[in-house]
Design a protein around this ligand. Structure first.
Ligand SMILES: Cc1cc2nc3c(=O)[nH]c(=O)nc-3n(C[C@H](O)[C@H](O)[C@H](O)COP(=O)(O)OP(=O)(O)OC[C@H]3O[C@@H](n4cnc5c(N)ncnc54)[C@H](O)[C@@H]3O)c2cc1C
Length: 510
């Protein structure tokens, strides 16, 4: 059997499904090919930037049905059937082996809470990926996308004139001719590997191993901070919760329907065992307070273990094909950078494919490749520096502010309509910030620590969130901080006030 379409998309994770929906709605014919979606998918925590990108995608591509997914409040009222978790910010707890967690460590708070939103209605979300990806696929189908599942590409002949794919299905092998093919198979990166490209090592992140599952009955850690309750910017567990350990770190993401996503990202050379369940138990046994959280828990599936190598594909696109950022290289999930980067890649490719009716020119694809690699490298370098100081609260807190300042600066500019076209990621397109950040990270890479004054001097021109102040580990999202920093955007106080009002930032908590 022979088929034709404008764009073939390999992989119906949230990236592939969303791209299919956007392109079909803009009048291109799309075939989406999925090998068989796993019951358990990972990559769940969103951020304000991810949600702002999704909101802008919804408006630009006339997809109002996506808007409820961009904020916790709207999601809960519009889609009570879609599992979700509330994410008010990033919470970090530092642990020492053999000791119960305590709020002070070597004279520094053993915690860091950075709010991403001022109240629940506009909070970010944890996406329960099996349901989230299926919902996006259902929207794509409703828009007219042709969907093949289970189906796998087995051959691909790509040239500037288009692509011919051999697709294995239970009914036999089909030939699909498309003008363009997008590899949205995530870390599998099926097409790019099939075309003969291999990922290359990069020096920024260490070699890691992830061990993870979904659990029931995971206890909450809120009470650990009870003595400082009056300072909480949000309930500490209503966040992407990070437990920082000598061997790496653990994530805990609670969903409203009682399931918790939890995992370990560990130095590959500090693995206590090769078996995932043994590794999980041996690590937890070293950290009594973390172990207590999981004392009554049970995993829904056997724990998984995957190696995470510091590699990147350098070739991401050429006439006839492109790879999403999520396939270019797996960064560490420490700051939830995977999903916003994937959304940016989806947005950029959709814009190119619509403008050029599925035949983007080589220069445009080259630009996509350069921008994506630049963002991935900067992000990997920042994450790599954080890995070097992972179990030291003071330098980690200091260096993480580079991320939080860049993210909140970009978010504020987007909220105030100060970005034209597709915005960049963090401040990776700001030469001055990049230069300053690189200088600071270079010191960390040399085993030195940047001074707090040097970090503050770099941050100050971009800090719209009160990050330069020392707030004893608690950083709320406050309108007054943005108003005081309005000249940095730049915008007047009135413009900032209006922007905050329109974005729902100023609404009182429900
Ligand atoms: C352990 C871990 C934790 C993470 N946590 C976070 C987080 O909290 N926040 C965040 O922002 N990011 C996180 N990430 C990154 C996040 O997972 C990715 O950004 C996200 O999954 C990318 O979505 P995607 O749709 O592009 O790819 P994927 O989610 O990988 O989806 C790929 C799809 O392609 C299909 N597929 C694969 N091979 C084939 C084939 N040969 N043929 C057809 N179909 C195929 C798969 O079945 C799947 O449906 C995490 C990553 C890991 C590894």
């Amino acid at each position: 059997m022979k088929d034709r379409c404008d764009v073939a998309i390999l992989g119906a994770g949230f990236g592939g499904a969303l791209l299919a929906l956007m392109l079909q709605r803009q009048g291109l014919s799309i075939t989406l090919i999925e090998k068989g979606r796993p019951r358990f998918a990972i990559g769940e925590s969103s951020t304000p930037l991810a949600n702002l990108y999704l909101e802008q995608i919804a408006r630009t591509f006339e997809l109002p049905e996506l808007l409820p997914l961009t904020k916790y409040g709207r999601w809960k009222t519009t889609h009570p059937e879609l599992p979700v978790g509330k994410k008010r910010g990033f919470t970090f707890f530092w642990h020492r082996p053999g000791h119960r967690w305590s709020p002070d460590l070597d004279g520094h708070p053993a915690y860091l809470l950075v709010a991403a939103s001022p109240h629940d209605a506009i909070a970010d979300t944890h996406w329960y990926r099996p349901a989230f990806d299926s919902y996006l696929t259902a929207l794509a189908l409703r828009a007219g996308v042709r969907y093949l599942e289970p189906a796998r590409p087995v051959t691909a002949d790509v040239d500037a004139g288009g692509v011919q794919l051999g697709i294995a299905t239970p009914d036999g092998t089909r030939t699909l001719t498309a003008r363009f093919v997008v590899d949205a198979t995530g870390p599998t990166a099926w097409l790019v590997r099939h075309l003969g490209y291999r990922p290359e090592p990069h020096p920024y992140l260490p070699e890691r191993v992830a061990v993870f599952a979904h659990f029931r009955n995971v206890a909450r850690a809120d009470a650990w901070l009870n003595a400082r309750r009056d300072r909480w910017p949000y309930l500490p567990d209503e966040a992407a919760v990070h437990h920082l350990l000598e061997e790496g770190w653990a994530w805990v993401l609670h969903f409203d329907h009682g399931i918790t996503s939890a995992g370990l990202s560990l130095w590959a050379d500090r693995l206590p065992a090769r078996d995932p369940a043994a590794c999980w138990h041996l690590i937890l046994a070293r950290y009594p307070s973390l172990q207590a959280l999981f004392a009554r828990s049970a995993p829904l599936y056997p724990l998984r273990m995957i190696p995470e190598r510091p590699t990147l594909f350098r070739k991401l696109a050429a006439p006839g094909w492109a790879l999403l950022p999520s396939g270019a290289g797996v960064l560490d999930p420490l700051l939830s950078t995977g999903n916003p980067l994937t959304l940016l890649g989806v947005w950029r490719l959709a814009a190119l494919l619509v403008r050029h009716r599925a035949e983007p020119p080589a220069e445009a694809l080259q630009h996509y490749q350069q921008q994506t690699l630049h963002e991935l490298k900067h992000t990997a370098r920042l994450l790599g520096a954080l890995w070097r100081v992972l179990h030291q609260p003071a330098p980690f807190t200091l260096i993480s502010k580079l991320y939080f300042a860049a993210a909140s600066f970009r978010e504020t500019r987007i909220r105030l309509g100060r970005e034209s076209g597709i915005p960049g990621f963090l401040l990776t397109d700001h030469p001055t910030f990049c230069r300053l950040q690189e200088r600071l990270l270079q010191r960390v890479e040399q085993g030195l620590l940047p001074s707090p004054d040097a970090v503050r001097a770099a941050l100050e021109p971009f800090d719209v969130a009160g990050l330069c102040a020392d707030r004893d580990g608690f950083y709320p999202a406050r309108a007054e901080d943005v108003l005081e920093a309005c000249h940095k955007i730049p915008a007047s106080r009135e413009e900032v006030w209006r922007g905050l009002q329109q974005s729902g930032f100023l609404l009182a908590p429900a």
